[in-house]
Design a binder for this molecule. Sequence first.
Ligand code: AMP
Ligand code: MG
Length: 353
Amino acid sequence: MKRWIGGGLILLMIAVLVLRGREGESRFERQIYVMGTLVTITLRAPGWAETDLAALVATVESDLNQFQQRWSPRGRGELAQLNAALASEASASVPAELQPLLTAAKGVADDSFGTFDPGLGALVQLWGFDDPEHFRELPPPADAITKARQRPHRLSHVQLSGNTLRAESPGLLLDFGAMAKGAAVSAALQRLQTAGISHAMVNAGGDLQVIGHAESRPWRIAVRHPRPPEDAPRLLVALELRDGEAVFTSGDYERYFEHDGRRYHHLLDPRTGEPATGSQSSTVLHEDPALADALATALFVGGSERFYDLVDEFGLTYAMLMDDQGIVHATPGFLERAQWLTDVRFAQEQAAQ
Ligand code: AMP
Ligand code: MG
């Protein structure tokens, strides 16, 4: 069986669905397809002409296209060029445009107990999760995984000083798939804010950030259930968001194939080179979308074992994990704000609260 998020499917598999506003609210909404994702931009801008809003969305679209090119591991953008240099050299100079996000990503990689690491680009390619055209129906042979792991595959083992990146040896391939969408959403909202918009939501295939509010009440969103029970809503939990908050989810339902009764998905454990086990989905609510994105991936890979370590390390107030048994682990802050939309089983530490 194979699945790939893309095109029309995205509508079915979207991780967070926006709960519709009340009738009569005047909202301007456009969808654009960029970074392999359907991005929905919702604006509430009383007094703006529709043509001006459409022009603004077109600017955001071109920003996002540029962003996609810059952060693609392959192709002709800045990251691809850095990867090309690192293929044959242990060190390379990092273009200025990549430096802030690369530094932030290294910070997360260094402190995430080995769960998050954009250095695993070669493994992502080996597993075929980098491109729908490379999709596999069987896991790669064990010796190919071993070989890929013999190449440098840890940003956390790399030295960054000034604009120089120094790996242990040639062969590092960087992939920012776990964090770039967060940075893109953040850049899109900043563009809207700079243009004078105060109320907006940018939703990139279920990962989103809001500013302002939805008319007289806060923006309300819902996170997808990774294994929706039959005849029940596909949604797990709803949240009301405050100005500037972002919600990012990583799930094993986004890109996967099944073989011999096991699901092989796109969230790899840098410690093993294989899809992480122990989680179905993870959600982080944070004011920094790039951090929310990276940490949702880290929480997924860390599973219930590392949930509280990661929460403490990064000072997360709002985070949730559904483990492979369908049991929910969540921070007290998340539990306070969560409106559960289906029956959920909580881990013992929560049940005791
Ligand atoms: P996300 O959907 O944000 O969790 O990101 C998943 C994408 O990030 C994958 O498609 C890979 O490109 C990349 N990736 C997979 N596993 C990891 C990991 N453990 N750390 C960093 N990036 C990863
Ligand atoms: Mg992520």
